[in-house]
Write a protein that binds this ligand. Structure first.
Ligand code: G3P
Ligand code: MG
Length: 374
């Protein structure tokens, strides 16, 4: 008697034989069908902290919402979206792997922007020059910087490992010593400082930042006058202006913007002036312009062509998410799961809509587009 094999067995058998199977054929069919079809009338840009995550915790509405965008929605279409965060500290690839596991949907690097992604375009200018990179755990941001093309990226713990008297309050830990890159910072001029991610040791980082600036890049070297420091500045770049952000503690936490305020306060006390700097991250126009190009490319990736549909930004921070989206002429939706606390009064920047969470935000936007008539 002829043995009948179940569909699953056939597929598994084919997979093990690596023959082109129904699965691949179906994926190709779906991709070419999408490539022929018109993009939907809207696309989303999602903030992460306070919208999809609260620290290590995934917000329940997040998973439901992202799978809804995959096609199971009133438009019956795959609705494009990217993630735009002021967070960072890992490579885009590593963070996407982590997010894919946390959110249960595939997040690819082509739909993900973090605070320092924009620096990829800046590395050319400093590729062969010694620069200081701040923030994140151990030398994670050095590895990110090297991945962007900064060949001589050093951290403040490299400086501490070089000469522990640079900060008499603590010694470099074993873990820090193991990964430290040793150069003589009194002989090697640091030509720029990039604050990639939220500094972990504010005190050490403020000290080293002041040392680099006051000694014209040669740590421990003779001071140059404050006028000189400002006239020919060591370039200082911050990637995230957030004073506050939402983790898994009841109240918002201090962010990289607070570190910047702390540095400027110390620098002012030392020199009487504020140090010039370049700011990236939401709400800066540079970051929103960059996000628009990434989203346009992602829509093309899914639909083969097409203009950028109407963009809806979903965020928890009026200062960064809503201010930036409004300035970019996008629709902005403020959610109540993050920094913004309605009990503190109206938001500093008026959103197009205020929603309880990301799911309510997405449903409102889709209904709004449906009401406009397709
Ligand atoms: O450090 C990250 C924080 O400032 C905010 O992240 O995802 O809310 O933009 P996000
Ligand atoms: Mg946020």
């Amino acid at each position: 008697m002829q043995k009948t094999f179940s569909r699953a067995t056939c597929l598994t058998r084919d997979i093990f034989r690596f023959q082109p199977t129904t699965i691949t054929r179906r994926i190709h069919l779906e991709a070419s069908r999408l490539a022929r079809s018109k993009p939907p009338p809207l696309a989303f840009v999602f903030d992460i902290d306070g919208v999809l995550l609260q620290g290590p915790n995934v917000l329940p509405a997040a998973k439901r919402t992202l799978s809804l965008l995959d096609g199971d929605n009133p438009l019956g279409m795959k609705i494009p979206y990217i993630l735009l965060t002021n967070g960072g500290g890992l490579s885009e690839r590593d963070r996407c792997e982590k997010l894919t596991k946390q959110l249960g949907v595939q997040i690819s690097s082509s739909q993900y922007i973090q605070a320092h992604t924009i620096l990829r375009n800046l590395s050319q200018k400093y590729s062969d020059q010694p620069v200081l990179v701040l923030g994140g755990k151990l030398d994670a941001v050095r590895q990110v910087a090297e991945g962007y093309g900064f060949k001589k990226a050093y951290t403040t713990t490299d400086v501490l490992a070089w000469n522990s008297s640079v900060w008499p309050y603590r010694k470099a830990s074993l873990a820090e010593l193991e990964i430290a890159k040793s150069i003589d910072f009194s002989q090697t001029r640091v030509s720029a400082v990039f604050v990639f991610h939220d500094p972990q040791d504010w005190a050490l980082d403020v000290q080293i930042l002041c040392d680099v600036i006051q000694s014209n890049g040669f740590i421990g070297g003779p001071y140059v006058s404050p006028e000189q420091q400002i006239k020919e500045p060591i370039e200082l770049v911050f990637c995230n202006p957030d004073l506050l952000w939402r983790s898994n503690f009841e109240r918002p936490r201090l962010g990289q913007g607070a570190f910047k305020e702390a540095f400027q306060a110390v620098y002012k006390a030392l020199t009487g002036s504020t140090y010039p700097y370049v700011q990236y991250g939401k709400p800066t126009a540079a970051t929103y312009k960059f996000a628009a190009t990434v989203l346009t490319d992602h829509v093309k990736e899914i639909y083969g062509s097409g203009e950028l549909p109407h963009v809806y930004m979903v965020g928890d921070n009026p200062e960064s998410d809503i201010a930036g989206a409004n300035a970019a002429d996008w629709s902005s939706i403020l959610v109540r799961t993050g920094v913004f606390d309605p009990q503190q009064g109206p938001p500093s920047h008026k959103p197009t809509y205020l929603a309880n969470d990301v799911e309510a935000a997405v449903k409102w936007a889709i209904d709004r587009e449906l009401a406009k008539g397709l």
